[in-house]
Design a protein around this ligand. Sequence first.
Ligand code: F6P
Length: 322
Amino acid sequence: MKRIAVMTSGGDSPGMNAAIRAVVRTSMEHGIEVYGIRQAYLGLMSGDFNQLSSLEVSGILQRGGTILQTARNEEFKTPAGQMRALRRLNEHRIEGLVVIGGNGSLTGALALHKHGFPVIGIPGSIDNDINGTDMSIGVDTALNTILDALDRLRDTATSHQRAFLIEVMGRNCGYLALMGAILGGAEIVITPEREVPMEEVERALEDAYVRGKSHAIAVIAEGAHYSVTALADYLKKNPKIGFEIRLTILGHIQRGGSPSAFDRLLATRMGVHAIRFLKDGLSGVMTALQGRQIVPLPLEEAVSQLRPISDGYFEMARYLAR
Ligand code: F6P
């Protein structure tokens, strides 16, 4: 193998740059040239390829976002889009591809593998919804950002005796909300996985007030069954709650920032393993963290379902909030 390409796709996540760097430098170690594809599948179809030298990946280890930029794209899902991509890869004499991204991006990678092109996936998404890996790149950093925000909001909530409704990212998956709630000491959590009637949220806040708490925090995943604004409107109608209600949507702040030590290490290990897997002749697999090992997991399995959250964490969130 003499020449490969790397791209980042879908929502950016902190640590993607560390993975690109590891891919480039590990390839160099094996005498393999690396091309960076800009703007994900868009750049793949249009041939936006540039060679990456060691210097180009210097000083990026600690930077959030992705130097290759990213995009969400529908066209690549069509057979015509995939044929254009394969043509571009052949024109540039690329022999293997590393795709860093979430579920949609890895589904695209699987399509290329099915066309016979060697592809390795690296899970990169703050949501932690990719099946078969304990963690994806960016989750730890996003969670730390959420905890920082929660801690700050509790300071002001306590000072004013308020209840804060805090919306965190995760349109299909409540991992960030659930972990944020457990580790940030929230009174209640609402996720897409488990429906929580608004009346139950109302009771939890009321209960916190009656027990003498000076604040209450509810963490709501973006993909919950109702919007955080609808919930706020509902709660504001009940004076019995005791607390004044305030609402904060953390939004894209959760996606940026310098990757944590955990994410730098995970991204680096996954980048190194992606090249090892390609060199070993593997294709259609993702670098998955299972326990302490990085293992090759079939992409088919990675995209077959969203990563389930263990029931134990929901239980934990309930009784630790008392
Ligand atoms: O998949 C990562 C994610 O941050 C989700 O949590 C969120 O719902 C989505 O991306 C937002 O996407 P965009 O940046 O395209 O609005």
